[in-house]
Design a protein around this ligand. Structure first.
Ligand code: AMP
Ligand code: MG
Length: 307
């Protein structure tokens, strides 16, 4: 998953739990990687149009959840944007912005209806040549959920996993205090936080323009795309952090809310089952959804609103 993974496990034999989760993470990478040609995601992506590809229960589950979140966010979150993600990656590698024509030609491949799941036969098919899926905005969340399930099923009641900033806490810390998750300041060096979030049995996931971007001719192009325009999402936000019992949900919702921007993003979070969100705006203001203020400790003084 191209990311460092940190596991903290309170247990009499933590090595066994650590090793089981580590193996599972490699298994999930083999299943969901966009870049490994042998992964099931790649087999689906490389299949000819309308060919049914057999998939594991696990991948079908993730794809089903991805479709639910695409529908719920009215397409702001969409695993079908893979052809567009590729177009931007390839162009940026040459220090170029894709042409309007190339973007317009790619957008029809990104329609959500182009993925058909057949639960009865446990298969999936992509309807058009060139359609692809990319689980980059949901896979780490799912993996964090799976690892916490492993810790719990092996007898741990206190554990913590951090998959490159995608965090999930099982229970509280061994001393009974809540886990503390630092929220990266979007403009400051890695490790400098604008807040700490107290959490127990919760996942904390952030999407932000600062995470990955490229500057071309003095303009910053970040990695979270708007499927309506085909361009990086134009938003007044620097980051969105979502808190939920499900890391998969927090991962999908943070990407979607970032694309939607402050007002629509706040509405989406309120409509959802998640516990709340922290929005960091381009004006360095902070918006908290009602009910999570007591979990948030700001590290400096910000204009902070409850919405
Ligand atoms: P995240 O950091 O979870 O917000 O995910 C961003 C990654 O997901 C990007 O690097 C792309 O691979 C992919 N992606 C970009 N835009 C979207 C989007 N609107 N919906 C779903 N996945 C996306
Ligand atoms: Mg995400």
């Amino acid at each position: 998953m191209s990311t460092p993974v940190e596991q903290k496990i309170s247990h009499a034999a933590p090595e066994l739990l650590y090793e089981t989760a580590r193996k599972k993470l490699y298994e999930l990478e083999d299943l969901m990687s966009f870049y490994r040609s042998s992964s099931q995601v790649s087999l689906l992506n490389e299949s000819a149009e309308k060919t049914e590809v057999p998939l594991s229960e696990e991948l079908l589950f993730v794809l089903g959840k991805a479709q639910e979140h695409a529908q719920f966010s009215r397409g702001a979150f969409s695993i079908m944007l893979a052809p567009l993600v590729q177009l931007w990656k390839l162009s940026c590698a040459e220090n170029k912005v894709p042409t309007h024509e190339a973007i317009a030609a790619t957008l029809p491949l990104c329609d959500g209806d182009n993925l058909q799941l057949q639960r009865a036969s446990k298969t999936a098919a992509l309807k058009k040549e060139g359609c692809k899926i990319d689980l980059g905005a949901i896979g780490k969340g799912y993996a964090a959920d799976v690892c916490c399930d492993i810790y719990q099923s092996m007898g741990a009641s206190s554990a913590f996993i951090n998959l490159g900033g995608n965090v999930k806490a099982l229970g509280s810390r061994p001393d009974g205090d809540p886990w503390l998750v630092g929220l990266q300041h979007p403009d400051k060096p890695r490790g400098v936080c604008f807040a700490a979030l107290q959490c127990s049995n919760q996942s904390v996931v952030t999407s932000g323009a600062y995470e990955r971007y490229q500057e071309i001719d003095g303009v910053r192009y970040h990695h979270i795309l708007d499927g309506e325009t085909g361009y990086p999402a134009k938003t007044e936000l620097k980051s969105v952090t979502v808190i939920s019992s499900s890391s998969l949900e927090a991962d999908a919702l943070s990407t979607a809310a970032f694309v939607l921007g402050l007002d629509e993003g706040l509405s989406l979070i309120k409509e959802s089952d998640c516990h709340g969100a922290v929005f960091f705006t381009s004006q360095n203001e902070i918006y908290l959804t009602k009910g999570i203020k007591r979990q948030v400790i700001l590290t400096e003084s910000f204009a902070c609103y409850e919405a």
